[in-house]
Design a binder for this molecule. Structure first.
Ligand code: MEV
Length: 338
């Protein structure tokens, strides 16, 4: 059996616009999905998910997406989770050139599903790594990131950028612009996350932005403006000392850009009342900046605050189910055991 884990992420800047070729800067955080894979003698895939922020479930199926698992948890969430596992298994089989490989898979995740923290990317990255290693055919990290992206792209009907999967594979902060993906140096940013307990449908939210962008030139301009915010943010990060605690002035400047980024995402219709409430609670508590992270619609916000004030304020904010400090995960995907 091979066990691998991969981190979730927050977007410092650039979600949604990255789908249309603008740059984005996500950063991996120390909340991980852990996947174990054990090859089977037949071509079946048995999946046990003990914590995907939904009730645990176990299903056995023959690996085709047509199979509907008979389990007592909400169908859309199970189908979503199974879709990602299926796609990861297909990529692992292709990478190892073992089209009939079967697996017993277990998934444990500290990352809530569909909440903007990259749960699906982390499961897919850790899953492909564990399954290829279990078959004795490990792949390098660039290929792993590429295969994980293709898995997400397939499940999300072509509505995916490389940002989530590349960040989860490499760890740290990364820059993604189209197919161009690179790790970047970043200071030790004091991220605080607020979670409303909900989830957004990434495919639907991306489709909504696409429709607005096609209908209105000012919506297309808004997407381009997000790109401008990201480019400005990159300039600030380039001058910072990697790994060091950032100066207050840098946090203020980055925070201002995060606030701007949130406003532009709101204009594109991907915020939600609960996300706006948490963003304002963070700002009122003295955060340097706050924005939604990920696809939006519900889920998480990320704020910058080196003090405890934002986390405390969020934990008392109505509609915020969980508030926590998120450390930058400098390590991406890793082997936890064999
Ligand atoms: C979702 O985590 C981020 C989006 O930009 C979609 C993507 O980049 O694949 C909304």
């Amino acid at each position: 059996m091979t066990v691998c884990s991969a981190p979730g992420k927050v977007y410092l800047f650039g979600e949604h616009a990255v789908v249309y070729g603008e740059p984005a800067v996500p950063a991996a955080i120390e909340r991980r999905a852990t996947v174990s894979a054990e090859p089977r003698a037949d071509d079946h895939v048995r999946v046990e998910a003990t914590d995907l922020s939904l009730d645990g479930f176990t299903v056995e199926y023959t690996g085709g997406t047509g199979d509907r698992p008979d389990v007592d948890v909400p169908t859309p969430l199970v189908e979503a989770a199974m879709g990602y596992v299926d796609a990861a298994v297909r990529q692992a089989r292709a990478a190892a050139d073992r089209p009939d490989a079967g697996f017993d898979i277990t998934i444990e995740s500290e990352i809530p599903l569909g909440a903007g923290l990259g749960s699906s990317a982390a499961v897919v990255v850790a899953g492909i790594d564990a399954a290829t290693r279990a078959l004795g055919e490990p792949i390098d990290r660039r290929e792993l990131a590429d295969r994980a992206y293709r898995a997400e792209f397939e499940v999300q009907d072509g509505q995916a950028s490389r940002a989530d999967t590349f960040c989860s594979t490499m760890g740290g902060a990364v820059r993604v612009e189209g197919d161009d993906c690179e790790p970047i140096d970043a200071p030790n940013l004091p991220f605080v996350v607020g979670f409303d307990g909900g989830a957004g449908d990434t495919g639907e939210l991306v489709a909504g932005v696409r429709a607005l962008k096609e209908e209105y030139r000012f919506a297309a301009d808004t997407v381009r403006s997000i790109g401008d915010v990201v480019r400005e943010g990159e300039r600030l990060l380039a001058d910072a000392v990697p790994g060091a605690d950032p100066q207050r002035e840098l946090l203020e400047d980055l925070g201002e850009l995060m606030d701007f980024n949130h406003g532009l995402l709101s204009a594109l219709g991907v915020s939600a009342r609960s996300l706006d409430t948490m963003v304002w609670a963070a700002r009122d508590a003295g955060a340097h900046g706050a924005k939604l992270t990920g696809a939006g619609g519900g889920g998480c916000v990320v704020a910058l605050d080196p003090t405890d004030e934002t986390e405390t304020a969020l934990s008392f904010t109505q509609g915020c189910e969980d508030a926590f400090r998120a450390e930058l995960a400098t390590e991406g995907v890793r082997v936890e055991g064999a």
